[in-house]
Design a protein around this ligand. Sequence first.
Ligand SMILES: [Zn+2]
Length: 304
Amino acid sequence: MWQQTPAQPVTFSGIGLHQGQPVTVTIYPAAANHGLRFVRADLPGRPEIQAHYSKVVGTLRATTLGEGRATLSTVEHLLAALRGAGVDNARIAVGGPEVPIMDGSAAPFAALLAETGLETLPWPRAYLRVKRPVELREGEQWMRVVPGEPRITYTIDFNHPLIRRQRFTVPLGSEAFSREIAPARTFGFLKEVQYLQTNGLARGGSLDNAVVLDDSGILNPGGFRFPEECVRHKILDAVGDLALLGLPLYGRLEVSRGSHELHWRFLQHLMAQEAAWSIWVPTPRPREQQPSWFQPTLWEGAPA
Ligand SMILES: [Zn+2]
């Protein structure tokens, strides 16, 4: 109902997946309607990059944002944790070209945010409410949203004995994210990992930050965290990419065999269909449940 921001700054470090170098990140609280913005703290002038789909400059294996010559890769897991926790506003200072991969999931970020706590801001949260179905199909991949309670259903189909067809549904904007989705790790195939490392990519990649599969099984000694960890991770990626709308989506989303590229194209397609959605501010709570500093003038006149 109300916009939120972390209660205080929170700092963490880890290595970037591709460069394999240590990176430090500090998430600072921000005012209402600031949105989620990254800062390349290591570059002269500390350039700012808004977490917005119009700033996407790359979608190969990760989502990369850019502003001018400043870029930032692998933003999706951190954005998923922020959106999953209900953080609307934050300034995220990153000391390198990629967000640390941590354990390949969003669980470390979600745990830090839970530990830090959130502050409620004196401004209601707006949603992008879906009024009509919107669909994007590209060959066997498709993505669709229809009006309804916010939730996401994802389907993947890999020709691998431990994956095959997996399908999973989770409500959006609920407690379920930190429990069911945040711990799901990114996954890759050994052949692909070897190819990437030969080409100087995924230098930081290891079994500590990804599920790696060979032709018949899983290389991680501990196995999967969930039987359908792969499809859960695809939901994590989608939640992170959807955060680039700038406000939470209120609708039923369904994705089949998606990718960062498809998620991004879908956001552009959805936003171009202006008759299919509206900016919606839910009716405020009864007066006694409003924060003591509540000022009705702050929300009156907001688009319905
Ligand atoms: Zn991912």
